[in-house]
Design a protein. Structure first.
Length: 403
């Protein structure tokens, strides 16, 4: 894209595209699936980093889905984590037809051997492993810490160790955008909160000329090699046209931080529309599901004062910028808590997102896309709490520009 002039949008002007940082398998789809699918379809480089394997997740085991008969995985951390890896692989493929790179954070190297000549990394046989910290439902749609999180929990890993791994990737990939949760983790899960902290710190480290991967402030664990998967290792160590190997360890501070949020008014509207939808009501009655009260306290990702979705114009606010290359992305002037706000229209990729949700069948049930969106409501799904939740027609992000 070109640099933005009035009425234009240039959020992804860098050649590196998007790095999306998420706590567990399924979060990439539930939180940023529309953004990921949109950019992948447009040919932008997309890399997903998952911080844990979701070993402490609950298991739905719904008959007629790929989770049927899997109830025994719940409580067996290694087995559930391994199975959720397969779900994640399937979901990423459904979002992109195989065009997305992926890695788990704990197997990213702390340095690039083409730059330093030394490999610092971890593998599953003898290295560090970041584990699901667990959670407990404390209110409808809101999570809190588990009372028995293990000492190996991701939320307990020293910040600069996990952030150093991500910072090394950011320097290598040189993205234009790094996306993750807002500070409260969307709905309060401690791993989501930590993923936000790790992402913010990684951006600081990646931009700092004094920081070196594997150096002071980033504890190093020796390993026999860089154990990365799904193409990320090759992407990190492959020389891009016009980029000398030595530039791989050069600071990178040109990425915007996008934090996933949602307009509170839009969430309430979509909840009310969902609770009145005949098909959703029939499903809830048949499956013993419930609806969230539109007037109850909303999870932290719901923010007041954001531009509302317009049924008349099928867009948000009059001050929007629209992408000059026809991406279904708009950019609005900032509000409290953000320099700018970006909105991604999910409708063009809705079927991909819903199919990716269904791939995470141990965690997500009844994912459904409406043929025609109704206001802010594009579809619905439920998690293990059995509460039908709306799929919004747009994803919203607070934008922090490079500093």
């Amino acid at each position: 894209m070109n640099d933005r002039s009035e009425g234009e949008y240039s959020a992804l002007s860098g050649s590196g595209g998007l790095v999306a940082v998420h706590a567990h398998p399924d979060d990439e789809t539930l939180s940023t699936g529309g953004l990921i699918a949109t950019l992948a379809a447009a040919g932008w480089p997309v890399c997903i980093v998952t911080c844990t394997r979701g070993e402490r997740g609950e298991v739905i085991a719904l008959p007629g889905t790929t989770s049927e008969g899997r109830a025994g995985l719940e409580g067996d951390g290694p087995a559930l984590g391994a199975y959720r890896e397969t779900e994640l692989t399937a979901a990423v493929a459904r979002l992109s037809d195989g065009a997305i790179e992926h890695s788990f954070l704990d197997i990213l190297p702390l340095s690039d051997p083409q730059v330093t000549g030394v490999t610092h990394g971890s593998d599953r046989s003898g290295g560090v492993r970041y584990e699901d910290s667990g959670m407990a439902w404390v209110a409808p749609g809101v999570a809190g810490p588990a009372p028995d999180s293990p000492p190996t929990a991701f939320a307990r890993v020293p910040l600069d160790e996990s952030a150093g791994r991500l910072a090394a990737l950011i320097r290598a990939r040189r993205p234009a955008v790094v996306a993750t949760y807002e500070p409260a983790g969307g709905y309060g899960h401690p791993d989501h909160r930590r993923a936000h902290e790790v992402t913010v710190r990684a951006l600081e480290l990646a931009a700092d000329p004094a920081w070196r991967p594997g150096g002071a402030g980033a504890p190093v664990r020796e390993g026999s090699g860089t154990a990365v998967r799904d193409g990320v290792g090759a992407a990190m160590h492959e020389r891009e046209p016009g980029v000398a190997v030595g530039q791989r360890d050069e600071p990178w501070g040109d990425a915007e931080l996008w934090q996933a949020v949602a307009p509170a008014a839009e969430v309430r509207q979509a909840r009310a529309t969902l609770a009145a939808h005949p098909a959703a009501r029939g499903l809830a009655a048949a499956q013993g599901l419930t609806f969230a009260d539109p007037d109850e306290a909303l999870p932290p990702l719901a923010k007041e004062g954001l531009p509302a979705w317009s049924a008349e114009h099928q867009e948000i606010g009059p001050s929007d910028y629209r992408s000059p290359d026809q991406l279904p992305i708009t950019r609005a002037d900032g509000v409290s808590g953000a320099d700018e706000v970006v909105r991604v229209d999910v409708r063009p990729v809705l079927e991909r997102v819903v199919r990716a949700m269904r791939a995470h069948a141990t965690q997500v049930q009844h994912a459904t896309a409406l043929e025609n969106a109704q206001g802010a409501l594009a579809g619905w799904y439920a998690l293990s709490n059995g509460v039908l939740a709306p799929i919004l027609t747009t994803e919203t992000y607070f934008v922090t520009p490079p500093r």
